[in-house]
Design a protein around this ligand. Structure first.
Ligand SMILES: [Fe+2]
Length: 289
C-alpha cells in the first residue's frame, strides 16, 4: 500500500503560505491530504481558488471573489458523501460501495480535481467508507510496450446503459489521453461495474477493428480491472478522519469506495474543479475526437 502524502497545517493562512508545496505534490503524486486544521467550507473554497489560480481551474479569484455570496459557496462546496445511496445499508467494510472508476470520461472538459473536506463521521469502524485510489499514469507507465501502443491507437464506444438512463450515450473516447498539467499519458477507461455502461473497441488505428484486436482490448481491460482490484502495491487507501482535506487529481486517479456505514452517518463538503474555460459538452460523436 502507498502512503497518501500529508501536509500538516495550522490554519488557512498557513496552508496558503505553503501552496507551492501543495501544488508540487499534487502534480507529482496526484493526491495529498491536509491535516491539523479543520477547514470551514468557506476556507475550503478560498484554498481551492488559490490552487485554481495556479493550476488553471474554473474556481479561481475571478469566479470566487472576496466576500463571495452563499450561492457561490453552495454551488462549489456542497454537501456530499454517497450517504444518500440506500445501498449503503447492506454494504460492509470490505465490499465496494462504488467500484473502481475514473471520473467523467464522457465529458470533454472533465473534472481536474476533487477537494473533499470530511466534516462529520458518525460511526466508529475506521475501515468503513475507505476511499481507495490508484494512479492511472503509473498504471500506463508499467504496461508492456505493445499494450501501450495498442491503447494509443484505440477509440472505444460506451454504449447506452441498461436501466433507467435511456437516451444517454453512446459516447466515443480515446482509450488514453494526455494529462493537461504533466503531459503524461493516462488511461481513460472507466471500469466501474456499477455504472453499467458497457465499453468496447470501436476503432483501431483509424479503421474497424479485427476480431483479434477486439479480443486484445478485452484482455487489456480485464487485466486493468484485476490490477485495480488486487494489486495493493499501486493502491492508496484513505481511512477518513474528521477534518481531513483530501486533494485529488481526478483526471488521473482511479478511485473506489468501500461500504460499512449507514445512510447519513457521514458528511463531507465536495469541491470539483474543471478547466478554466469549460463546457458541459459530451463526447457524443466521432467527429469530436
Ligand atoms: Fe468518482
Amino acid at each position: 500500500m502507498l502512503d497518501i502524502p500529508e501536509l500538516h497545517v495550522t490554519s488557512l493562512e498557513d496552508a496558503l503560505s505553503r501552496v507551492d508545496s501543495v501544488v508540487e505534490t499534487f502534480l507529482s503524486k496526484g493526491i495529498l491530504k491536509l491535516k491539523g486544521h479543520r477547514f470551514t467550507r468557506t476556507e475550503q473554497l478560498l484554498f481551492t481558488r488559490k490552487l485554481g489560480d495556479i493550476l488553471g481551474w474554473n474556481i479561481n479569484s475571478e469566479s470566487v471573489p472576496d466576500n463571495f455570496n452563499p450561492e457561490i459557496l453552495e454551488r462549489w462546496a456542497f454537501e456530499a458523501g454517497h450517504s444518500d445511496n440506500p445501498a449503503v445499508e447492506n454494504s460492509d467494510e470490505d465490499s465496494y460501495l462504488l467500484g473502481w472508476h475514473i471520473e467523467q470520461v464522457f465529458y470533454i472538459d472533465q473534472f481536474l480535481a476533487g477537494i473533499w473536506n470530511m466534516d462529520h463521521i458518525g460511526y466508529d469502524n475506521r475501515k468503513a467508507g475507505r476511499t481507495l485510489f490508484a494512479d492511472s499514469i503509473d498504471i500506463y507507465k508499467n504496461l508492456p510496450n505493445e499494450d501501450k501502443d495498442f491503447l494509443e491507437k484505440s477509440v472505444v464506444i460506451w454504449d447506452k446503459p441498461i436501466g433507467p438512463n435511456t437516451g444517454f450515450g453512446p459516447f466515443f473516447t480515446k482509450a488514453t489521453d494526455v494529462h493537461p498539467n504533466t503531459g503524461d499519458n493516462v488511461i481513460r477507461l472507466e471500469t466501474d461495474t456499477g455504472v453499467l455502461i458497457p465499453v468496447e473497441l470501436y476503432q483501431f488505428d483509424g479503421r474497424e477493428p479485427s476480431e483479434e484486436e477486439s479480443e486484445t482490448f478485452i484482455r487489456i481491460l480485464s487485466e486493468l480491472r484485476e490490477k485495480l482490484d488486487k494489486d495493493l502495491s499501486i493502491r492508496y487507501e484513505q481511512q477518513w478522519e474528521e477534518g481531513d482535506l483530501l486533494i485529488v487529481d481526478l483526471f488521473r486517479m482511479y478511485h473506489a469506495l468501500t461500504g460499512g456505514f449507514k445512510l447519513g452517518e457521514r458528511k463531507f463538503y465536495a469541491t470539483f474543479a474543471r478547466p478554466k474555460e469549460y463546457t458541459h459538452d459530451l463526447w457524443n460523436s466521432m467527429e469530436l475526437l
